[in-house]
Design a protein around this ligand. Structure first.
Ligand code: FAD
Length: 484
């Protein structure tokens, strides 16, 4: 009754329902990882995600080795590889935790049917989310409409909050039954996940992938920062948020474990000081809810009116290039885009402002921005990225109305008042006085000279006029808003 435990984006031993299930047989477990990026197409993991995956697999293998086990690593078609390992080990079952993006859902359904028709036990479990996307459904008064997916976060979250206190994670096992030495397994290095040209110094300096690093980060955040989170979370100039997003994406820590840590420390997760942090975990749940129920949204707007939106068709390449390289001449956005390139992460407030500049002032389709984030974020996540981009562009569920265009100068003045964030990522602006740091183009020539800046040379002039482009965006919105 040997069981294959197929790891995917659940790279941990703690609160791992597929592992717990496999353990109930008492027979050996063979932990398996199969590298099959093509099966996730068109959302094959980007370069930053591959970097993270490398570290996370190493960490998981090291944890398994401490239990006298090891990760059996393979590459290729998942079904073929699973069958090959089943044949090599004599396994009678396969257990895994569910994924929710459209490509892997379809693949997993097919694999489950195929393995069952081979006569194997085959089980899938929830591990990524607090609630399955189909568990929380809108109960409207009209009987005919019950069970509809939510499209508004506040109502969705109200329904979730009622269930939070019942959530309990499973502990990590104390031991694992003797495993199998992989017969012809690959090493993590064999997967070639690391870059061939070394652009990853910033990532290495910023992050430690793996389950123990995730737990340490969660503990440090809950011990020291959660009390100030509701205010500090909007400030990119200080470490006010948890930075758990890549750990959560790769399943190095479960949201149920996080919730239990919060319950232990503070009691009610829906009350201060935890409420605003737990609500963000709720946005993550909502993103998965939307992706599950509207699987076309990574490429299509949820609001169908936006299918006809008049995105810009001229000067697209130059504008996109300036935005990607952090050379738009708008300091808060440039700082964010450089932080992203250097560390694989960007503060949420700056993600919103950078996405707003791209989709509204530059009027480029949100899909091109989402694709850039996909390749560069260590936390690139199809559900949260899609939801974040559609929300900012104004075409998603519960969207910020399209006419609410973020003003990056005001946002900078409000959330980076001393300019510390801009100075860190745009050092060429470091000597500008605070009053000009978010709008250097308004600084008089003597001030620029004293700060040693020539605009258009050391630092770009803005590639768009914020006020005019805002008006143009509103006019473009006016052409579609009646199309419901
Ligand atoms: P914290 O503030 O500490 O929040 C705790 C956790 O809650 C996060 O780790 C994350 O899992 C979740 N969370 C927080 N805010 C959101 C949110 N708005 N939507 C969904 N989940 C949230 N998040 C990703 O994980 N992957 C993405 O690819 C991604 N792309 C985004 C793109 C855009 C345009 C925008 C506006 C937001 C995007 N987000 C994405 C959401 C958010 O920016 C990040 O989750 C957050 O910045 C991660 O930092 P943190 O872990 O310190 O968050």
């Amino acid at each position: 009754r040997i069981t294959l435990l197929w790891f995917r984006r659940d790279l941990r031993l703690d609160d791992n329902p597929a592992l717990i299930h496999a353990l109930t047989t008492g027979a050996p477990i063979v932990p398996v990882y199969i590298h099959a990026p093509d099966e996730e197409a068109p959302w094959t993991p980007g370069a930053a995600s591959r970097w993270w995956l490398h570290g996370s697999l190493l960490a998981l293998d090291a944890s398994l080795q401490r239990f006298g086990s090891r990760l059996w690593i393979a590459r290729g078609d998942s079904l073929t590889e699973l069958r090959r390992i089943v044949a090599a080990t004599g396994a009678t079952g396969v257990s895994w935790n569910r994924l929710y993006d459209p490509a892997t859902r379809e693949r997993d359904t097919h694999i489950k049917q195929a393995l069952r028709s081979d006569g194997l036990r085959c089980e899938s479990h929830r591990s990524t989310l607090l609630f399955e996307p189909w568990e929380i459904a809108s109960q409207t008064r009209s009987a005919s409409k019950t069970g509809q997916p939510y499209r508004v976060f506040s109502a969705f979250w109200r329904a979730c909050v009622r269930e939070l206190s019942g959530i309990r994670p499973d502990p990590a096992p104390e031991s694992l039954p003797a495993g199998f030495a992989p017969v012809d397994g690959l090493t993590v290095d064999d997967l070639g996940l690391l870059p061939t040209i070394p652009w990853d110094q910033g990532l290495r300096a910023t992050w430690t992938p793996g389950e123990s690093a995730a737990l340490a980060r969660a503990t440090a955040f809950l011990d020291a920062r959660i009390g100030a989170y509701s205010v500090a979370r909007d400030r990119p100039d200080a470490p006010g948020t948890s930075r758990l997003s890549p750990h959560l994406h790769f399943g190095e820590i479960s949201p149920r474990r996080l919730l239990a840590m919060i319950l232990d420390r503070f009691g009610d997760p829906a009350a201060d000081p935890a409420e605003s942090f737990v609500r963000e975990l709720g946005w993550r749940e909502f993103s998965y809810h939307l992706l599950y129920h509207f699987p076309r949204t990574p490429v299509e707007p949820l609001d169908p009116r936006f299918a006809d939106f008049p995105w810009r068709t001229e000067g697209v390449a130059e504008r996109l290039d300036a935005w990607q390289r952090g050379r738009t001449g708008i300091p808060l956005v440039d700082a964010g885009m450089r932080e992203l390139w250097h560390t694989g992460w960007m503060h949420n407030r700056v993600r919103m402002v950078a996405a707003s500049l791209l989709t509204k002032n530059l009027r480029l389709p949100w899909q091109v921005g989402a694709r850039w984030f996909w390749d560069t974020l260590v936390d690139a996540d199809l559900a949260s990225n899609t939801q974040g981009w559609q929300w900012t562009a104004g075409c998603g569920a519960d969207a910020a109305p399209y006419f609410r265009v973020f003003n990056p100068v005001r946002q900078g003045e409000r959330f980076d008042p001393d300019g510390g964030y801009v100075r860190r990522w745009c050092p060429e602006l470091a000597r500008l006085p605070n009053q000009y740091i978010h709008q250097p183009w308004t600084a008089p020539p003597p001030i620029l000279m004293a700060a040693d800046i020539r605009l258009g040379c050391h630092y770009p002039l803005p590639i768009v006029d914020l006020a005019t482009s805002r008006q143009e965006a509103l006019a473009a919105w006016g052409t579609i808003k009646g199309n419901r």
